[in-house]
Design a protein around this ligand. Structure first.
Ligand SMILES: *Cc1c(COP(=O)(O)O)cnc(C)c1O
Length: 471
């Protein structure tokens, strides 16, 4: 493709992109395709000769797009959002165009230094103390694995008056509502599966510090060593908030590493009125939050903040001869701050987003989503037969339909709500997903897409009430 052809196709695709962003709300949120149908429509072997770009672009529009799920549809209420935004998309285009691999300062000084600047902006935005340093990881799962590995090596080395421990004695604590990435990361980091403790939660699905303390006491009595506690602000099922200050004080007392998983809710720390959910965060050793969930930045972009950078480097730095550069003593080489060597230039999209919206604009969006969630919650509460299933401190509402006609039969109620969800999603205007809370099938409505307006939330509620009438 010569430069003139590239220019022509890029302009055409830019038009397509602008139309897509404008009209995405007119599409079905989730495609109506059966498994295997797209694969069967595509050639099973690669072309021997070059194909015209017009044909490739047409196949993208006609064969691929009909099989895409539109996470940025204003009727997207599933899982958590994975939002993007026009400035973030433009940054991604530039990153792809320059195509730099930013593993070291030397391999693109501006990428490293911009990452240092925007991660410190983010730290200030979240209200984290200056003792935290940020680095971009790909996902929260990776960041949590990084934290578990740092905690492991810190415990293995021994700290302060605690002597070195061997791996077979290290324990990890997290709540029974923690994300699956915590147990997965702990297994990958070599902690024995039988030494990963699920701490019981209270009625609001938050970790009970008293239960944590008791579990640690039992383990200490058994000769084990508490290495890491993972607390969550905004659990995936219900956005429950573990009490960070109480958990942090326990972590300090037992010299365990405290990692905070705020993958979704971390964005809300930029709101002064939501800071109370993060009270005690200064006791953490590390925290992860995903700008790619609720802060308008394209996936993947996960912000990892850590206090003990030397501990991070001890676990992750490698210096084979072929990677050493003359500047190593005076620069940051992010290849030493995580698992993979190669790094994409992800700071650029954050920089574009933060500058394009400003803190005011970002706060306004979060407040709008939180207010819409509060409205939806009030409609559910006011509707006979519906119950709200958990507190809603952010943009998520968990609820169930429990008509008296179903009686107290839990399994029948679960089936009923499952059918209700299928009916709500069937027309393709909105998309909700479910979870299980307290053993019961529960519907989730997560508001977090930048084009979502009250009309979309009203449409979801209309579909839910309609389905409840005829389920
Ligand atoms: C979404 C989520 C994760 C996983 O995030 P990835 O970036 O997809 O790995 C982890 N923890 C919580 C609480 C989440 O909501």
């Amino acid at each position: 493709m010569d430069p003139d052809e590239f220019r022509r196709h890029a302009h055409e695709l830019a038009d397509w992109m602008a139309d897509y962003l404008r009209d995405v709300g007119t599409r079905r949120v989730v495609p109506d395709v059966s498994p295997g149908s797209i694969r069967r429509s595509l050639p099973g072997s690669p072309p021997e000769t070059a194909e015209p770009f017009e044909l490739i672009a047409a196949d993208f529009r006609e064969r691929i797009m009909p099989g895409m799920t539109h996470w940025n549809h204003p009727g997207w209420f599933g899982y958590f959002p994975a939002n993007h935004s026009p400035p973030s998309i433009l940054a991604e285009m530039l990153v792809a165009t320059v195509g730099a691999q930013c593993m070291s300062w030397q391999t693109s000084p501006a990428a490293t230094e911009l990452e240092q600047v925007v991660m410190d902006w983010l730290r200030q935005m979240l209200g984290l103390p200056g003792s935290f340093t940020g680095v971009i990881q790909d996902t929260a799962s990776t960041a949590t694995l990084v934290a578990l590995l740092s905690a492991r090596d810190t415990a293995l080395a021994g700290t302060g008056d605690r002597s070195a421990a061997d791996l077979s004695r290290l324990t990890v604590y997290t709540s029974t509502e923690a994300h699956s990435s915590v147990a997965k990361g702990a297994r990958l980091a070599g902690y024995g599966a039988e030494r990963i403790r699920g701490i019981e939660v209270d009625d609001a699905y938050a970790m009970q510090p008293g239960r944590l303390e008791a579990a640690i006491a039992r383990d200490l009595a058994g000769g084990l060593v508490p290495a890491c506690i993972v607390a969550t602000v905004g659990t995936t099922s219900s956005t429950a908030v573990d009490p960070l200050r109480a958990v942090g004080e326990i972590a300090r007392r037992h010299r365990a590493w405290l990692h905070v998983d705020a993958a979704y809710a971390g964005a809300a720390a930029i709101l002064p009125e939501r800071r109370s959910c993060f009270d005690g965060v200064e006791l953490a050793d590390s925290l992860v939050f995903n700008p790619h969930k609720w802060l308008l930045t394209n996936f993947p972009c996960s912000a990892y903040f850590v206090r003990d950078v030397p501990a991070l480097l001890r676990t992750f730095s490698t210096a084979p001869a072929y990677l050493r550069t003359a500047h190593d003593p005076e620069v940051v080489n992010y290849r030493d701050w995580g698992i993979q060597l190669g790094r994409q230039f992800r700071a650029l999209k954050l920089w574009f987003v933060i500058r394009s919206y400003g803190l005011d604009g970002l706060r306004a969006m979060l407040r709008r989503h939180i207010a819409l969630a509060a409205s939806f919650r009030s409609w559910v509460e006011a509707e006979p037969g519906f119950v709200v299933a958990a507190p809603s401190p952010f943009g998520l509402v968990c609820f169930r339909h429990e008509p008296p006609s179903l009686g107290a039969d839990g399994a029948a109620r679960d089936r009923w709500n499952q059918r209700l969800l299928e009916r709500v999603n069937a027309p393709g205007d909105v998309y909700l997903t479910h979870t299980v809370l307290g053993g019961r099938y529960t519907l989730r409505l997560a508001i977090g897409q930048w084009q979502t307006e009250e009309s979309h939330v009203r449409r979801a509620w209309e579909l839910i009430r309609g389905a409840a009438r005829d389920a």
